[in-house]
Design a protein around this ligand. Structure first.
Ligand SMILES: Nc1ncnc2c1ncn2[C@@H]1O[C@H](COP(=O)(O)OP(=O)(O)O)[C@@H](O)[C@H]1O
Ligand SMILES: N[C@@H](CCC(=O)OP(=O)(O)O)C(=O)O
Length: 379
């Protein structure tokens, strides 16, 4: 183990702008330099998952386009060629350092489904245990517009949560978050440490000015909200600075460090999925007694404390739990359908009619519940 002593699990996101030359084509020189830096981290004993953009950039010229296409189908076609070329370049360079690269293509819907989520997690776990370097990108060629991450910033934050990373490092063409877009305001100042994403920070983070970057600083801040909510410290810095990765891991790189709330509770993997990835189907409105039971007394949510049921859901779906006063309390996996719960709301367990008896009679079990005070901001 090197200077940082403790083995860390790091997710590194490399944006399109950091892998391309001025004309938007993939730059093998830039890719090679970054792989060489990653090898130093691996040599130091850390585990690393790489989230790499660049498939469209690597492929569009081979399809005869003179510039990066804007039409979705054309970008998807370009990505299907570019992804292979990208992986070929990564495999070759990682191989020269004695490391094996693996490809993982993910869509937004993979995060919504708990089984697919766990599968992805288990696969990456094996790869990391065996010393391989998982390289993740969005599955561009098959993802429909409505389910697209679009930029890879959000994907990297979700991956960091998936693998329970110690640190997320987002490398870009800029050395961090400024208090205004430095490309248009020469007086903008770098913000070195962020403890909380305030509305001022969200306002400062603008779009991308490059031809190849997708989300700009705005999508990076959205991503940071997800990683901080999951308790993962995050860094944004300039991919072009020598030793940026090793320095970021050792907290001495120039850039912006985002600190998670130290008092946050640790969520287990199922609670993490419920909090950040599941998506919710409907709402269960509860009274004060039920709120105290589930948030302060570590008890189950019983049908007795349910006042209203909004929307449609089935047993096993994740629902929002809201207090009668309108405040959101948390979310959890529901043991009844909306129809069943409407029929048994406010009833004691022994009063539940036989035709509605289910295996777990509580509405939401304590270990299937995530309280919003235990996380910063769920997405
Ligand atoms: N407040 C800000 N601080 C830093 N960069 C900003 C800010 N607002 C907008 N930007 C823009 O965001 C760009 C980085 O995002 P992007 O081009 O999407 O890169 P990537 O391809 O690495 O995701 C910067 O180069 C800059 O033009
Ligand atoms: N999945 C796309 C990446 C999209 C993109 O450009 O993302 P980003 O680099 O975060 O602005 C690709 O590989 O081309």
């Amino acid at each position: 183990m090197g200077e940082s002593q403790q083995k860390k699990r790091i997710v590194v996101k490399i944006g399109s702008s950091s892998l391309t030359s001025r004309n938007g084509e993939i730059s093998i020189r830039k890719l090679v330099r970054l792989v060489d830096e990653i090898a130093l981290i691996l040599d130091d004993g850390h585990e690393l998952v790489l989230v790499s953009s660049g498939a469209v950039a690597a492929g569009y010229r081979k399809l005869g386009f003179i510039e990066r296409p804007h039409n979705l189908a054309e970008k998807q076609a370009a990505a299907s060629i570019g992804q292979c070329l990208l992986m070929e370049a990564y495999s070759e360079r990682f191989g020269s350092h004695g490391y094996v690269a693996s490809q993982i293509l993910i869509t937004r819907s993979d995060f919504l489904d708990q089984k697919r989520y766990m599968n992805a997690r288990n696969t990456i776990q094996v790869l990391l245990e065996r010393g391989a370097v998982p390289i993740v990108n969005e599955n561009d060629t098959i993802t429909i517009k409505q389910l697209k991450f679009g930029d890879n910033d959000t994907l990297s934050a979700k991956v960091a949560g998936l693998v329970e990373a110690d640190q997320l490092v987002i490398l870009s063409d800029i050395d961090g978050l400024y208090n205004d877009n430095p490309r248009t305001n020469p007086n903008a100042k770098l913000i070195e440490v962020v403890q909380e994403i305030t509305p001022e920070i969200e306002d400062a983070a603008g779009d991308s000015d490059s031809e190849v970057g997708t989300g700009g600083m705005g999508s990076k801040i959205e991503a940071v909200k997800i990683s901080l909510a999951a308790g993962i410290e995050t860094f944004i810095g300039d991919a072009n600075k020598p030793n940026i990765l090793l320095d970021a891991v050792n907290h001495r790189a120039k850039g912006t460090y985002f600190k998670p709330n130290a008092e946050q509770d640790d969520l287990d993997v199922r609670q993490h999925w419920i909090a950040f990835n599941s998506g919710t189907k409907g709402e269960v409105i509860i009274d004060e007694g039920a709120r105290i039971a589930i948030t302060e007394e570590q008890s189950h949510l019983l049908p007795q404390g349910v006042r209203e049921v909004n929307g449609t859901f089935d047993c096993g779906d994740v629902v929002v739990i809201r207090h009668m006063n309108g405040d959101e309390v948390g979310r959890g996996v529901i043991n009844y359908s909306a129809e069943q719960l409407r029929e048994i709301k406010r009833l004691k367990l022994k009063e539940i009619p036989d035709h509605i008896k289910v295996t777990k009679s509580e509405a939401i079990s304590q270990n299937d519940f995530v309280c919003y005070t235990n996380i910063n901001t769920p997405n």
